[in-house]
Write a protein of this length. Structure first.
Length: 241
């Protein structure tokens, strides 16, 4: 559990991370190297007064976006590909951790938009459910249910729950993955990530959306609510027509 002073430092870390995501959004385009996006993110963090990175930045385009914790950032953003940007600034020793997914050419295909909106639905359902007494494991079941119950299918006609490859999130604080497990009942002052995702290697498509939430007495506060997450807002943030 974080006290008020710690949460203020985490707000600063999240705010710096938001600036980094906005810098990434303005840089991602077909033909740009993943490493170039990584570079503008780090510069944005330092310009905001952050000490540096909470963890190695993840910038994965196309198939790279389907690899969890991909941090080589050695590829090139490809036309028609989605780019997962998972980054975190460290401020006053505390961590931010935010993920957005951007279309490299500034627009989603119909398929990409359908999958993106499904991940967003899972994210929003979880956000509404974060409160004292619930566990991260129970929150993951909510997100999994959204994917499994969807009418969307993979290329083989199978349901999508199997493509949610990781836990719903983790505790956040002095470490990006702070102590605390999936079965811990949430209490006011705890900070967790909300990061559902789908990873379809057959389609070279990965989508993850992540915000940072502090648990309150009656629910939660999204510390990263100032960063656009709806598809149309994300496109606007990319400065594309």
């Amino acid at each position: 559990r974080k006290d008020d002073g710690e949460i203020e430092l985490m707000r600063a870390a999240v705010d710096a991370t938001i600036v980094g995501q906005r810098a990434a959004a303005g840089t991602v385009r077909a033909g740009v190297r993943e490493g170039a996006v990584e570079g503008v993110v780090y510069a944005a963090f330092r310009n905001e007064g952050a000490e540096g990175l909470a963890f190695p930045s993840i910038v994965g385009s196309g198939f790279n976006a389907t690899t969890l914790h991909y941090d080589q950032n050695a590829g090139v953003c490809g036309d028609g590909e989605l780019v997962v940007v998972d980054i975190g600034a460290r401020y006053g020793y505390y961590c931010g951790d935010l993920t957005r997914t951007y279309p490299a050419d500034g627009r989603f295909t119909d398929r990409q938009r359908s999958l993106y909106d499904l991940v967003l639905e899972a994210h929003d359902r979880v956000a509404d459910a974060i409160r004292p007494g619930i566990t991260i494991f129970e929150l993951r079941k909510i997100a999994y249910g959204v994917f499994q119950d969807s009418s969307l299918r993979d290329r083989h006609g199978e349901r999508l729950g199997q493509y949610f490859l990781h836990g719903l999130g983790h505790f956040l604080g002095l470490d990006a993955h702070d102590p605390g497990g999936d079965s811990v009942e949430l209490e006011p002052g705890m900070v967790i990530t909300n990061e559902p995702g789908l990873y379809l290697p057959d389609e070279a498509t990965g989508i993850r959306l992540e915000d940072d939430h502090v648990v309150t007495l009656t629910g939660n506060e999204n510390l990263s609510a100032g960063l656009p997450i709806r598809a149309d807002e994300v496109l606007e943030m990319m400065h594309r027509d």
